[in-house]
Design a protein around this ligand. Structure first.
Ligand code: KG4
Ligand code: ZN
Length: 333
């Protein structure tokens, strides 16, 4: 069975085709990041317009060499995300479903991240713990089964990626700051500044990053000569604080849950320091830590197609819109 997945929730226009026997057989992604970088963040109106401009060429590239008449169903991200951007994906999905006469399945973007490692690692089956760290979300989820998720902890304020991006701005780095912080931190001393590790000792699994970002803001104001060396030191010290908190919380999660597999998903999962810090838990706790391939860490349509392939629908005519800007995991139907 072939499922075509469409992802337009934020600033990536992505389409992929998942075949239940062969895996991903076609995919294409266009990132709008360069366009938004100029504004220091994603501009929703521009995002919608650009999805509109690019979706046909992304569709053509993703389905190149695939007879589109052999596609059995279409899954698309219906939320959470930017409303206008989601509507472009939904409208395209509806048109395609209508013209091909095949069912349409609205899916949750966060759930896509949670299940995505299953498409690469066949040995990963629920239950497992997923640490989802992206620009919009930071949560520790117990994936008890596909469709059965319990949020064990989450950020009470900023998402981790958001904190990376805000600190990036303070250090005059291009948007999004995450990869640039990682890059300049390589030259820095991670013990140069003793930034707070918010909620590291709290007895729950929640997280907080806004106080840490504010501490960086005050430190940056205090440093008289914010040269490249000082920037690298700030970046390395900030990154270390974030990673220490995340690693400690995952350790706590494992100790209280008995789960043996941990998956790190979302854009921040690309961070190599985070990866090696989590890997160190493997031996200490007797667990296995998995990461999606770098191209599947951030937003992508492969995870949407894969999630859709686990669903079936007879619904070929969705007349109402299923799009939701807010769609918490707790409200999956
Ligand atoms: O999952 P994603 O592509 O988009 C959503 O937010 O849904 O995540 C993007 C976030 C951005 O905040 C970006 O700065 C962060 O992931 N990021 C990183 C790294 N690469 C991307 N943060 C830290 N280190 C990285 N190497
Ligand atoms: Zn995402």
């Amino acid at each position: 069975m072939k499922t075509l997945g469409i992802e337009t929730s934020c600033d990536e226009t992505a389409i992929a085709v998942y075949d239940s026997t062969e895996g991903i057989i076609g995919e294409s992604i266009f990132s709008q990041i360069d366009m938004h970088a100029e504004y220091g963040g994603v501009v929703p109106e521009l995002a919608s317009r650009d999805h509109c401009n690019k979706i046909i060429q992304v569709f053509r590239a993703a389905t190149h060499g695939i007879d589109i008449n052999t596609i059995d169903q279409i899954a698309y991200t219906a939320g959470p995300g930017l409303l206008g951007a989601l509507l472009i994906g939904e409208s395209f999905a509806k048109g395609l479903s209508y013209s091909l006469g095949i069912p349409l399945i609205p899916v949750n973007h966060l759930e896509g991240h949670l299940v995505s490692p299953g498409m690469e690692f066949s040995e990963i089956k629920p239950p497992y713990i997923c640490l989802l760290v992206s620009g919009g979300h930071t949560m520790i989820v117990d994936v008890k089964d596909i469709g059965n998720y319990e949020i064990l902890g989450q950020s009470v304020d900023d998402a981790v990626g958001e904190a990376f991006d805000k600190v990036g701005k303070l250090l005059d780095l291009p948007y999004p700051g995450g990869p640039h912080i990682e890059r300049i931190a390589l030259e820095g001393n991670s013990s140069a500044y003793d930034f707070p590790r918010p909620m590291i000792h709290s007895n729950n699994l929640n997280l907080s990053f806004s106080g840490l970002k504010t501490a960086v803001l005050y430190k940056v104001k205090e440093i008289r000569d914010l040269d490249n060396k000082a920037k690298s030191d700030v970046a390395a010290s900030f990154q270390r604080a974030v990673i220490e908190v995340l690693t400690k919380k995952i350790k706590k999660t494992i100790e209280s849950s008995n789960r043996k597999n941990v998956i790190i998903a979302g854009g921040v999962a690309a961070n190599k320091n985070l990866r090696s810090s989590m890997k160190e838990l493997e031996q200490a706790l007797g667990i296995k830590v998995y990461y999606p391939d770098l191209k599947y860490c951030g937003d992508n349509a492969a995870m949407i197609a894969y999630l859709g392939s686990m669903r079936t629908s007879l619904n070929k005519t969705i007349s109402n819109s299923s799009v939701r800007a807010r769609w918490p995991l707790t409200e999956l139907s």
